[in-house]
Design a protein. Structure first.
Length: 207
């Protein structure tokens, strides 16, 4: 997988159902420890709430998925919350719904709807962005040509991630895996075949 979707920002959303308040907190996370730390923080911040139900999906392919009902009837909170995240096609996101009981029992169906709606509201507030896997490559060019080459690369949609100046100029470039051959072709054209890009790693970047 070379791309996936996550939330654009951390967010909070509140809904009320028959006097019960459901406060959904969504946060960008990249590890299970980060997700569990969010739950722990909200337990401390909202110590007077009865439940802190959670769900999170982590990894480019959503490999790690966890959910917790936190004392609600089995299957009425964590699993529906997880279904909303997965159904939205999102990863690297944790959702915690903190509930203050309003005195009226909602029943299993009511709880499923409330927890699902709370997460949908949170995700709507957060928005989405695309993360892409970028191959990092380095090349060196003459200082006299560096400005022209850098400008041409940017104009042709090739990411220039870093520029280091010395006797020669080192350019760190980024390209999607499928776009590396085009990068090589453009670089060869701009330098008359004098410069080659060598791979130095890869990373995920937000688009």
């Amino acid at each position: 997988m070379s791309a996936y979707t996550t939330i654009a920002r951390d967010a909070v959303a509140r809904i009320e159902v028959k006097h019960s308040v459901f406060l959904c907190t969504v946060k960008r996370v990249e590890t299970e420890d980060e997700a569990r730390a969010l739950v722990a923080r909200l337990r401390k911040d909202h110590w007077d709430a009865r439940h802190h139900c959670s769900a999170f999906v982590i990894g480019p392919e959503g490999r790690l998925q966890r959910s917790s009902d936190d004392g609600e009837p089995s299957g009425t909170a964590g699993a529906p919350m997880l279904d909303v995240i997965v159904g939205a096609g999102l990863s690297d996101v944790a959702a915690v719904v903190t509930r203050w009981f309003g005195g009226t029992l909602l029943g299993a169906g009511g709880l499923v709807r409330a927890y699902s709606d709370a997460v949908r509201a949170g995700l709507d507030e957060a928005g989405t962005l695309r993360r892409e896997l970028v191959r990092e490559l380095e090349t060196e060019v003459d200082a006299a040509d560096a400005g022209r080459i850098e400008n041409e690369l940017r104009t042709r949609g090739i990411a220039v991630l870093d520029v280091s100046w010395s006797d020669r100029v080192r350019l760190r470039l980024g390209a999607a895996p499928d776009d590396v051959p085009r990068l090589d072709s453009v670089l060869a054209e701009l330098t008359g075949g004098a410069a080659e890009a060598r791979p130095v790693g890869e990373r995920w970047v937000d688009r």
